[in-house]
Design a protein around this ligand. Sequence first.
Ligand code: PLP
Length: 463
Amino acid sequence: MSRSAHPAGPRHADVLPEGHYTAPADDLNALDPKVWAHTVGRDADGVVTVGGIAVTQLAEEYGTPAYILDEADFRDRARAWRTAFGTDADVFYAGKAFLSRAVVRWLDEEGLNLDVCSGGELATALAAGMPAERIAFHGNNKSPEEIERAVRAGVGRIVLDSFQEIVRVAHTAESLGKRQRVQIRVTVGVEAHTHEFIATAHEDQKFGIPLADGQAAEAVRRALQLDGLDVIGIHSHIGSQIFDMSGFEVAAHRVVGLLKDVRDEHGVELAEIDLGGGLGIAYTSDDDPREPHEIAKALNEIVTRECEGARLRTPRISVEPGRAIVGPTAFTLYEVGTVKPLEGLRTYVSVDGGMSDNIRTALYDAEYSVALASRTSDAEPMLVRVVGKHCESGDIVVKDAFLPGDLAPGDLIAVPATGAYCRSMASNYNHAMRPPVVAVRDGAARVIVRRETEEDLLRLDVG
Ligand SMILES: *Cc1c(COP(=O)(O)O)cnc(C)c1O
């Protein structure tokens, strides 16, 4: 990260403090299409609009903070993944990134499949009418009730994560007179994040069954013997916010190695390989994610090459993007409450939400960008930290960014690329009421997840 030159302006000391920021954009009013949803722009008055609706109108109608989701953009991105992978592959949207019944219906209409990893996510998917055979059920500790519900519903696949689970799912399926399609999740010793990946012989994490020491091969051996299971393939998920495809190369090489061992030992060529999700998006203008068609091309080439080398039939590929579909489609709209300049340091801008609606900055040191949304300004840039209203000094939404120096209470600011892992990880910390998700399309807005109320909070508190 580069250190910025000293931007002129009355609110700045001569030297900017240490930080993870780049120089302010030439025009703070500009909205970089890389980080904003497709239909975001500014109207003639300089107000940010999405789907043709001004954020000032959205704030008035739905309040702040609010997640504003561009439905057309969501559908565009879902379709782009679907089209890029074609009919010989499957795209499973990772529901944990953000799930609601409206989202499930959009996915269904756009021809995507759906990953769930809890009974609650499964219930949401089924309630919205997603055909069970297009649902995959994940998780490292599915309860017996969750397993039974998934098998009864007829989910298309359960991704098995441990030796115990192989037996549990097999027994459940048998007792229901069914044969459950399953994949076995393996850990391949690759951990990938953003621009680097680490490849080791071992994997030290809770998910999956290690390839190392022949554990994954043993898992396949046991699963193939159980009547309740139809072993359709191998699953691998290597990380998150990945830009560099080389981690997938190592992972595919190792998974195909297992497929070859399985063929040699059992005479069975497993039909599917799932390469997981984790594809990166742009949170700031510094990020350069790849397009779905580039990712599809790269993954297809990698798997085909590895399989030719092992003289295996190329399996059907599946991928599980979550963040890459929903992340860029939404922004969080906040109202500025206080502006507190700290001489020689930075200006703290407090908004009406915080770590309860976006935990990623506190949890992962995630980077975000921010823009003044209710108007434009020609004031000099000032270095800000956008913080929430919670009783926690780590309650930071945007760690280092520039906003116009005339920012004032009552202004609306928007933090882009909050579609993934913000509402889904939101909490009631300090008894905050979780914000609504408002979907906007073609000049019309509708609430798809409503704002929590004090009644909602008190309903759980049974005295
Ligand atoms: C979290 C997860 C995903 C989605 O990850 P993104 O970074 O949102 O693309 C996909 N598959 C599995 C198994 C996951 O755990």
